[in-house]
Write a new protein. Structure first.
Length: 152
């Protein structure tokens, strides 16, 4: 592979705006790993150091990750934006995220209280389901070419 070909791949997958679902899913995964790392670290810190309840800790940590995720989604992951009003966009992004938080809390509670798993393992199980929900809902509700999309 030539230097020019590597640069083209780099540009397509990491730099240029893209409407390709595969490129967006790749970027969303990178953002998700970063946001999840912060979420997971804060959850662990709040439970083990601050001695907070794991469900309360998970909610706070999730909301921190949600804000980080929003910033990267609008600036890097998705190129089309359905809403020109950023307040409306962030509100809907948050509604989708709060739905994901509900799924997270349910999986955490089920895994930890019903099955006796460590809260961290339960959190990892929730990641798979919630990541799928968040990507699909955000792409099709917020960052799609349906309706009045605008290029960012």
């Amino acid at each position: 592979m030539t230097k020019s070909e590597i640069l083209m791949i780099w540009q397509r997958w990491l730099r240029q705006a893209s409407d390709e679902t595969l490129v967006q899913a790749f970027r969303f995964t990178i953002v998700g790993i970063f946001a999840f790392a912060i979420d997971f670290a804060y959850l662990t810190y709040a439970v083990t150091v601050l001695q907070w309840n794991y469900l309360i800790s998970a909610a706070v940590a999730y909301l921190i990750g949600l804000s980080i995720n929003y910033l990267f989604c609008v600036s890097w992951v998705f190129s089309a934006r359905r809403f020109q009003n950023q307040s409306v966009e962030y509100m809907l992004f948050t509604v989708i995220g709060v739905t994901g938080l509900g799924i997270t809390e349910f999986v955490l509670w089920t895994g930890t209280d019903l099955y006796g798993l460590d809260f961290r393992l339960s959190k990892l199980f929730s990641l798979v389901v919630v990541a799928g929900w968040n990507f699909a809902a955000r792409k099709f509700i917020l960052f799609s070419d349906f309706g009045r999309a605008q290029r960012v």
